[in-house]
Design a protein around this ligand. Structure first.
Ligand SMILES: [Zn+2]
Ligand SMILES: [Zn+2]
Length: 119
C-alpha cells in the first residue's frame, strides 16, 4: 500500500525517515528544481523538490501543473515551522500583518521569496 492518502498535502522529505517518493513513483514532468511524480498505485500527483531535500506538495490538478503556484504551500510550511503567528504587527513600515512567532516580521516580509504580494 502506498502512503499517499495518509500524508499531509505538504510533506517534508528532508529527513532520513521521511518518505522519498522514489519507489513506486513515475516522473511525469520537471522544471527547475522540482519534479512532478505520479504514484503508480493510487494515481495521485506530487511535486517533489529534487536534490536538496525540501518538500513534497500534493498536486490536485496535474494538467495545469506548469502554472502551479507552490508558494502558498511553502509559506504555510514555513509558518508551521515557526509555530504559527503571534500577537502584534509586522515591523515592516505600513504592514499590519501578524508576525511569525519569535520574529518581528510577518511571513511575507520574513520570506519574500515565498511571498506572492509583489506579483
Ligand atoms: Zn499513492
Ligand atoms: Zn509584513
Amino acid at each position: 500500500m502506498c502512503e499517499c492518502k495518509s500524508l499531509p498535502d505538504v510533506t517534508e522529505i528532508a529527513w532520513d525517515d521521511s518518505p522519498t517518493f522514489d519507489d513506486g513513483f513515475t516522473m511525469v514532468g520537471n522544471r527547475q528544481d522540482v519534479e512532478l511524480r505520479r504514484c503508480e498505485e493510487c494515481g495521485e500527483y506530487w511535486q517533489i523538490d529534487v536534490g536538496r531535500g525540501g518538500l513534497a506538495i500534493r498536486v490536485n490538478e496535474p494538467e495545469s501543473w506548469s502554472e502551479f503556484d507552490d508558494r502558498p504551500a511553502r509559506m504555510q510550511n514555513m509558518i508551521d515551522f515557526h509555530g504559527g503567528l503571534t500577537e502584534g504587527t509586522c515591523a515592516w513600515a505600513g504592514c499590519d500583518r501578524q508576525p511569525l512567532r519569535g520574529m518581528a516580521l510577518c511571513p511575507h516580509h520574513a520570506y519574500p521569496m515565498l511571498s506572492w504580494l509583489s506579483d
